[in-house]
Design a protein around this ligand. Structure first.
Ligand code: DAH
Length: 344
């Protein structure tokens, strides 16, 4: 029996030696070591042996089984490693391959300019009005009447204003100033608001004019507000937007809803005041309309001009963006050319 065992062992060891893969090893294990394998067949005959032989043959069988298990396991580990390495080689990811290009969206320069102006004014204490106080489809009441713009004022001219067929007196707003009236009708002073939005004018389109554009309106009403406050706030605003070394100047002007009124210029950012094409040789660029709110306007919305005073201002977003980025044609903002938009 001992010889039988040793014979089977050497056959099994030779088989293991010849094995080429994990599969071969599994077959060898089944052939020799499974319940129906050759060793078990021999072990079945142990019962016919003397106690002494049982012990000797039994321990020899165990020893041989253990040896085979060990060499099967070693070989298995070796094959497993090899197969894994082969797989990793074959299935390697090439992380240097370029990815799928997804173009990235950008914020439109008018949006970023609006955001910048709004956040400067917010830092100076103004808050943005609710959209219900700033409709683009407006009545003449808000766009003109309450702003002290009489029926026969040239600003109402059909050549400037887009009238609608929705109803009589309904227009596309020609300025954001109507938001002042909405706010003052809904809110008691102190009032400190800004209102950005789109306005419409029936213009011939060219490099400097489009039939819609964007404005930001401002309004500050409280007790004891003076022209000094107006100058202080607007100078500070311009200083932050255009840079502290850029001089400003206030010119006397006229708007129906402010008295006195002013236009605010900054020193030309192209020529530094020497005079060039952009500033028509004057050295100055107009950037704001402003003034002390006319007592007539305050009375119209039920605010007593003997107690309260205030100032208003308005500016064009396109103009601010064109000056900051040296853009010479307003139409570029609106024709969706990504070559233009990508630059911002
Ligand atoms: N609404 C004026 C325009 O469209 C701009 C303006 C001027 C607004 C003076 C104001 C202001 O609030 O006080 O030309």
């Amino acid at each position: 029996m001992k010889a039988q065992l040793e014979n089977i062992y050497s056959l099994a060891a030779a088989d293991i030696e010849k094995a080429n893969c994990i599969n071969d090893l599994d077959e060898i294990r089944a052939k020799y070591l499974s319940r129906k394998g050759e060793f078990n067949e021999i072990k079945k005959n142990l019962k016919n042996l003397s106690d002494e032989d049982k012990r000797i043959i039994g321990s020899l069988a165990n020893e041989i089984t253990k040896k085979l298990e060990t060499s099967l396991q070693e070989k298995h580990d070796k094959f497993y490693k090899e197969e894994l390495n082969q797989k990793l080689q074959k299935e390697r990811l090439d992380i240097t391959l370029p990815g799928k290009y997804i173009p990235r969206g950008k914020v439109h320069p008018l949006t970023s300019t609006t955001n910048e102006i709004v956040s400067i004014l917010q830092s100076l204490g103004f808050s943005v009005v609710e959209s219900k106080d700033s409709p683009e489809v407006e009545t003449e009441y808000f766009n003109f009447d309450m702003l002290n713009i009489p029926q026969d004022h040239p600003a109402r001219d059909v050549q400037d204003t887009f009238f609608t067929t929705v109803a009589k007196n309904v227009v596309l707003r020609s300025q954001t100033s109507g938001a002042q009236i909405h706010v003052m009708e809904n809110q008691k002073p102190p009032i400190r608001v800004i209102s950005p939005g789109r306005v419409y004018r029936n213009e011939n389109i060219n490099a400097r004019k489009n039939n819609f554009f964007h404005q930001i309106e401002g309004l500050y009403i409280d007790k004891n507000i003076t022209f000094g406050d107006l100058k202080g706030v607007l100078n500070e605003f311009i200083r932050i937007y255009f840079g502290s070394s850029r001089p400003t100047r206030f010119r006397s002007s006229f708007f129906p809803f402010t008295e006195p009124s002013a236009e605010v210029d900054v020193q030309c950012i192209m020529c530094g005041g020497k005079g060039c094409k952009t500033c028509s040789g004057t050295g100055w660029l107009e950037v704001l309309g402003a003034g002390m709110v006319d007592p007539n306007v305050l009375r119209g919305v039920g605010i007593d001009p003997e107690i309260y005073s205030g100032f208003a201002f308005g500016m064009g977003v396109e103009r601010f963006a064109m000056l900051k980025y040296a853009i010479d044609d307003i139409r570029l903002f609106f024709n969706d050319d990504v070559r233009f938009l990508k630059q911002f």
